[in-house]
Design a protein. Structure first.
Length: 292
C-alpha cells in the first residue's frame, strides 16, 4: 500500500499531470466562439460565453462574476475589430492568453467605417465583424484556437488536432448540404436590417441590396427609409432579414411599405453547425414564400 501511495504521489507531481486532469478555463466573447472552442477543446476545456446568443453583441453589461471568471481564465477568445467595445472594462492580467479571431480570417468591407449611435467612429472601425457567418472562416478560427490550446497544454496537442479535424469534416459535409438547398435561389435579393449577413450572403450566393441601418446601430431617418423603400421596389426585393434584437416597429414598416416577407435569422448560437442549419431552413422557407 505504501508503494502504491508513493507511486500515486509521484504521478501527481509529474510535469503536465495537473493540466492533463484539470480542464483549461476558457472564456469567449460570443456563443459562436464558445461553440468552436468546445469543438476543438472537447473534454479538456471548460468554456463560458460572456454574451448570450440573443443579446445585442455590441452593448453587453458584464456582471462582476463574469469579470472575475474572465480575469482568471487561461484563454480568452474574442471577435475583435469593434465588435466588443465593452471588452475594455476587463483589464485582463498578463497571464490570460488572448486570441483575436479576426486576425486569422478574410475580412470584407474593410474600407467601410462603422459608427456608434452618436456617430463617432469606433476604434478599429473597419471591417464587417460578423465573419463567423461564413462557415469557411471556421477553418482558420479553429486553427487559431487549436494553436492557443496546444501552447497551454502541449501534451493534449494530438487530442486538439483530432477534435478539430473531426469538426471540420462534419462542417464541410454540412456546408455542401446548405449550398445544395440554397442553390435554386442563387442571386436572390434581400434587404437586411442590420449588416450582419454580408459574409453569409457572399458564401451562399445571395445578394444584399441594402441595409436598413445606414450605419450599424444607427436608426434610419425618414428620408433614408423612403429611399430604401424605393430601392426595394425597383430591385424587386422580396425578403427582409431581421435579427432577434431588430426594432419590431421598424421591421413591420419596412416589410409593409417595401413589399417584402420578413424572416428572422439568428446571427449567433450555442451550436455552430445547428446555427446554420436553422438559418438556412428559415431562409429557404421565406424564399419559397417570397417567390422569384
Amino acid at each position: 500500500m505504501l508503494r502504491t501511495l508513493i507511486l500515486a504521489l509521484a504521478l501527481a507531481a509529474a510535469p503536465g499531470h495537473v493540466l492533463s486532469q484539470q480542464k483549461l478555463r476558457v472564456v469567449a466573447t460570443s456563443a459562436d466562439l464558445k461553440s468552436l472552442a468546445e469543438a476543438v477543446g472537447g473534454t479538456r476545456v471548460d468554456v463560458e460565453s460572456l454574451a448570450a446568443p440573443e443579446q445585442d453583441p455590441h452593448s453587453i453589461e458584464l456582471k462582476p462574476a463574469q469579470l472575475a471568471r474572465a480575469r482568471s481564465a487561461a484563454l480568452l477568445i474574442r471577435v475583435g475589430l469593434d465588435h466588443e467595445p465593452w471588452l475594455a472594462k476587463l483589464r485582463l492580467p498578463e497571464s490570460v492568453v488572448v486570441v483575436d479571431a479576426s486576425r486569422s480570417v478574410r475580412l470584407i468591407q474593410t474600407h467601410t467605417p462603422r459608427l456608434r449611435v452618436e456617430r463617432r467612429a469606433h476604434v478599429h472601425a473597419y471591417g464587417n465583424t460578423h465573419y463567423w457567418l461564413d462557415p469557411a472562416n471556421a477553418v482558420p478560427i479553429t486553427a487559431a484556437i487549436r494553436d492557443a490550446l496546444a501552447k497551454l497544454s502541449p501534451q493534449d496537442t494530438r487530442f486538439f488536432d483530432t477534435n478539430r479535424n473531426t469538426f471540420i469534416d462534419a462542417l464541410t459535409k454540412k456546408t455542401e448540404e446548405w449550398k445544395k438547398v440554397l442553390a435554386p435561389f442563387h442571386g436572390a435579393k434581400m434587404v437586411v436590417v442590420h449588416d450582419s449577413w454580408s459574409y453569409f450572403a457572399e458564401h451562399f450566393g445571395l445578394q444584399i441590396v441594402a441595409a436598413a441601418e445606414p450605419n450599424p446601430g444607427v436608426p434610419p431617418s425618414p428620408a433614408e427609409l423612403a429611399a430604401l423603400f424605393q430601392r426595394m421596389r425597383e430591385a424587386g426585393v422580396k425578403i427582409l432579414v431581421t435579427d432577434p434584437h431588430s426594432n419590431p416597429s421598424l421591421v413591420r414598416q419596412i416589410a409593409a411599405q417595401g413589399g417584402a416577407h420578413a424572416v428572422m435569422l439568428s446571427p449567433s448560437g450555442d451550436d455552430y453547425i445547428r446555427l446554420f442549419d436553422d438559418n438556412v431552413s428559415r431562409l429557404v422557407a421565406a424564399l419559397k414564400r417570397g417567390g422569384p
